[in-house]
Design a protein around this ligand. Structure first.
Ligand code: ADP
Length: 483
């Protein structure tokens, strides 16, 4: 079975969020199951030269974008057993940011077409093209509407995974003819039209052979108006083809027992070493060095989705308690300013590192007692999974993947691996944090919950098998291995 991943970011090359973690880890797991997976992504200028050592140019082709022909370099690299194709066009991808450019519609229309054209140019026929989020959402659509009449493409199937329904790739009507070479018959309610614009995500949702999203709860949520971001009726219509498959984390990268980025590696059996990470983190941030004061952290994009409105409402009340708070994040100015101002107001208790820093994220996961994720919605969430693995107890809102992965502590049975609250309400969050802070002083109980968190299986193996099963359903008759 041959699977091609088409994706806009991928660890270890380029990452802005969880999508890159998934695109980095899942192919490796599928390879272990014997599936041939290749990954195609843009060759961004920001990818370090070091990681691209050994990159080999295979071919240069031209891709039609409206009436223009655009250069498309095809470069390949085998990295840790995975075959990567980098799509090279410096004009489109040598930019200072990954997304948010005025011509994003053109950049990813080009990339989506390139994915299909490169297959032909290399005479490479994947059984399934697995696309991710709006950046590659036009691949299933173009395959079905423009390419599948050619024998080369007619047997290819598509899977489209929604990592975040909020970002849909909505562009003006003109992209239809000027970029995608599609005529007005595609500008209908059933196809690409969305409030007088063209919606890339809608294209994938209406055309992909199977749709997945990254947790069972989010799968159900997005079929309701509150979470459906305007596409809930289409998702209800595709209910039979829609599956929720939980993300995992790369257990080699996120392994507290062998993490070279943290002060002192530790496991469930050597939990006392975790304390050294806490003391080192406190020292690094100029906070009081104390094992007794609970340390609460966040590592997150600073956007509304992550529940930061709740933090704005009650963080000052929480900082009146004997707690320490560290946040690592970047994003909306409103929240960056808020956390900077809180650091200024509570210099001995609250620290904000505004930026993106992977090694620091590891030190925070290792050094914290509690990890807060009060998201408004959360397709899966990786932060809470990493926190579980590092024994930093997640405090989450019961939504999406947070609901599927964090079992709230039950004081009657002693079961659970974190804490959760139901309503998107600042005081509900505050009371849950308060409960966790109070419990922290009961050392034995706390340690038991930490052990239960660290022993949860957050790896990819179960989910990789589920993807494998889905692929097999789409191409019956193929020999597949499911463990
Ligand atoms: P999303 O994909 O919505 O941003 P996830 O929880 O699924 O949220 O994944 C976020 C990933 O990005 C996690 O691996 C988290 O540790 C990482 N991350 C988020 N912000 C930062 C940051 N400022 N610095 C380092 N890593 C970050």
């Amino acid at each position: 079975m041959k699977i091609l991943f088409a994706v806009s970011e991928c660890v270890p090359f380029i990452k802005s969020g969880g999508l890159a973690d998934v695109a980095g880890a899942l192919p490796k797991e599928l390879l272990k199951l014997g599936t041939e997976v290749r990954v195609m992504l843009p060759k961004y200028g920001a990818i370090s030269e070091e990681l691209l050592k050994g990159l080999n140019t295979v071919k240069n082709i031209e891709v039609k974008v409206g009436w223009r022909s655009k250069y498309c370099g095809i470069q390949e690299l085998i990295h840790e057993g995975v075959h990567y194709y980098f799509i090279d066009n410096e004009y489109y991808f040598k930019r200072s940011s990954l997304y948010g450019e005025v011509d994003d519609g053109e950049r990813f229309a080009f990339f989506s077409k390139a994915v299909l054209e490169v297959c032909r140019a290399l005479n490479y026929q994947p059984d399934i093209i697995h696309c991710h989020d709006w950046h590659t959402a036009m691949v299933p659509y173009l395959l079905k509407e423009s390419y599948s009449s050619e024998p080369f493409y007619q047997d290819m199937k598509t899977v489209f995974t929604i990592h975040n329904l909020q970002f849909q790739g909505v562009f003006p009507y003109s992209v239809l003819g000027e970029l995608l070479n599609l005529d007005d018959s595609h500008f209908t309610y059933e196809k690409l039209e969305y409030h007088d614009n063209v919606n890339f995500m809608k294209g994938a949702l209406s055309s992909a052979d199977a749709i997945t999203t990254v947790s069972p709860t989010y799968r159900n949520e997005i079929q309701t108006p509150y979470y459906g971001e305007g596409l809930d009726s289409l998702l209800r219509h595709r209910d039979d083809s829609l599956r929720g498959i939980l993300n995992g984390i790369d257990s080699a990268i996120y392994n507290p027992a062998a993490d070279s980025l943290i002060e002192q590696p530790y496991s469930e059996d050597t939990l006392h070493y975790k304390r050294r990470n806490k003391l080192a983190l406190q020292k690094e941030f100029g906070l009081p060095q104390s094992e007794e004061i609970p340390l609460i952290s966040m590592v997150t994009r600073l956007t509304k989705q992550k529940g930061l409105d709740l933090m704005k409402r009650v963080l000052h009340e929480m900082l009146d308690w004997d707690v320490l708070f560290i946040i690592l994040g970047s994003g909306d100015r409103e929240f960056e300013d808020f956390f900077r101002s809180m650091e200024h107001a509570y210099p001995q208790k609250c620290k904000a590192y505004i930026g993106f820093d992977e090694p620091l994220a590891h030190r925070i996961y290792a050094g914290s007692d509690m990890f807060l994720m009060p998201s408004q919605f959360e397709p899966c969430g990786l932060g809470q999974l990493i926190a579980l693995r590092y024994g930093s107890l997640p405090i989450v809102r019961e939504t999406g993947g947070l609901n599927d992965t964090v079992d709230p502590y039950n004081e009657y049975t002693g079961e659970g691996n974190g804490f959760s609250f139901t309503n998107f309400n600042a005081h509900d969050m505050k009371y849950t944090v308060q409960y966790a802070v109070e419990l922290y002083s009961q050392k034995e109980t706390w340690e038991n919950i930490v052990k239960s968190a660290m022993s949860k299986d957050c790896s990819w193996s179960a989910s990789a098998n589920e993807y494998q099963r889905l692929y097999a359903e789409l191409i019956p008759g193929r020999d597949i291995r499911v463990l």
